[in-house]
Design a protein around this ligand. Structure first.
Ligand SMILES: Nc1ncnc2c1ncn2[C@@H]1O[C@H](COP(=O)(O)OP(=O)(O)OP(=O)(O)O)[C@@H](O)[C@H]1O
Ligand SMILES: [Mg+2]
Length: 353
């Protein structure tokens, strides 16, 4: 397939939120630097879409894009997949096989689910990243690979590094550039353009039948839903709505079963709610010192808001949203609690849809 045809197959990055716009700007800047990129974010947020877009923006688009899912194969197979083997390297190795790093030479290799790579293989990967060379199983000859490495994970790799489950040196090598894709419920403004895009993309499956768009009320509900499966879930909901032909019915079913995760680390305003230092730092990174709104006072206030929101949400959950009880536990007045709920945008599970 030639490059133009391949390019037509890639999914464009749809979205108008600040975070998606920033990601697109990053892609434009990063694409030709050839620096290693680590893409993070929950399942279904679009990590693979971003990886493909990076590749197609780069000059390497004329060379192969090779994807390897590091979670899909047991250690031995993953090793032979990545680095290849010589004939007779092990029982059953009847023919020599080229590794994915070799196949991706001058192109890009997308190491998906990198957080699942076994420690022993991490050492071998580090060597390729450092020297651009590797040795296939059963071979004595070094193979050179100039592959651009783009990795992705939905795991907290910094935590895995602390737990010694992921090599620190490899983590720093892989994450020269980091792209974080926030969960969909933190960027509800991306939902209408995504809905339009998916309706157009899947319309051809309906043999020219006119597809109704969601009513304003259904769209409002879609924007309030918690989307645990992120964009992938939105896409599959849209497909079933298009088949059933009744938006209200599908959306109401969806909302009825919505159980927002009270332990979720993020809220609808994109504020990371977790009490971990990493999560706070992640949020603070949004403020560049060159940004007008950067100030220690502002960061202190935001940090306090995150902590207060987490504590109040937890107490409300424990008291099943009995605000009188919750205010007593928190030792603030009932009125002050109501003010905090509104100011910090704390949503009760039933107000989601
Ligand atoms: N911004 C976006 N614009 C258009 N389509 C998107 C976008 N984000 C995600 N998608 C679509 O959502 C689906 C899931 O995306 P993708 O496979 O890239 O997610 P992922 O983060 O790699 O998920 P996982 O962690 O489960 O592998 C795909 O069908 C993709 O086309
Ligand atoms: Mg993926």
């Amino acid at each position: 397939m030639n490059t133009k045809n391949k390019e037509n197959l890639i999914t464009p990055i749809i979205g108008t939120s600040k975070s998606i716009q920033r990601i697109k700007e990053h892609i434009d800047r990063i694409a030709d630097t050839e620096l290693n990129v680590l893409i993070t974010g929950k399942s279904g947020v679009g990590k693979e879409v971003v990886a493909q877009n990076l590749y197609y923006k780069s000059e390497r688009k004329h060379k192969p894009f090779i994807k390897v899912n590091c979670a899909a194969l047991p250690e031995g197979l993953l090793e032979s997949e990545l680095f290849g083997f010589e004939r007779g390297a092990f029982t059953g190795a009847e023919r020599k096989k080229r590794g994915k790093f070799d196949l991706a030479h001058q192109g890009a290799i997308f190491l998906d689910e990198i957080g699942d790579m076994p420690l022993a293989l991490q050492a071998k990967l580090l060597r390729v990243l450092q020297s651009g060379e590797f040795t296939p199983l059963g071979s004595e000859k070094e193979v050179r690979s100039d592959a651009w490495v783009i990795a992705a994970t939905n795991q907290d790799l910094e935590k895995k590094v602390k737990e010694r489950l992921f090599r620190e040196d490899l983590y720093y090598r892989l994450s020269t550039i980091k792209i974080y894709i926030p969960p969909l419920h933190n960027r509800p403004e991306d939902i209408p353009p995504l809905v339009d895009y998916f309706i157009k993309r899947h319309a051809s499956q309906f043999n020219g039948k006119k597809i109704a768009k969601p009513t304003p009320d259904a769209m409002k509900k879609l924007m309030a839903y918690s989307w645990p499966g992120n964009v992938r879930e939105l896409q599959s909901i849209l497909q079933s709505s298009m088949v059933i032909g009744n938006w209200e019915e599908v959306v109401d079913d969806l909302c009825m079963n919505d159980t927002p995760d009270v332990n979720s680390t993020t809220d609808r305003k994109g504020i990371d709610n977790a009490l971990s230092v990493e999560a706070l730092l992640d949020h603070i990174k949004e403020y560049s010192p060159t940004n007008e709104s950067f100030s220690l006072k502002k960061i202190r206030k935001e940090t306090m808001n995150i902590i207060e929101k987490k504590v109040i949400s937890h107490v409300l959950y424990q008291t099943e949203w009995n605000r009188t009880k919750a205010s007593k536990i928190l030792k603030i007045s009932y009125k002050a609690l109501l003010y905090k709920i509104s100011d910090l945008d704390i949503k009760s599970p039933s107000s989601n849809c």
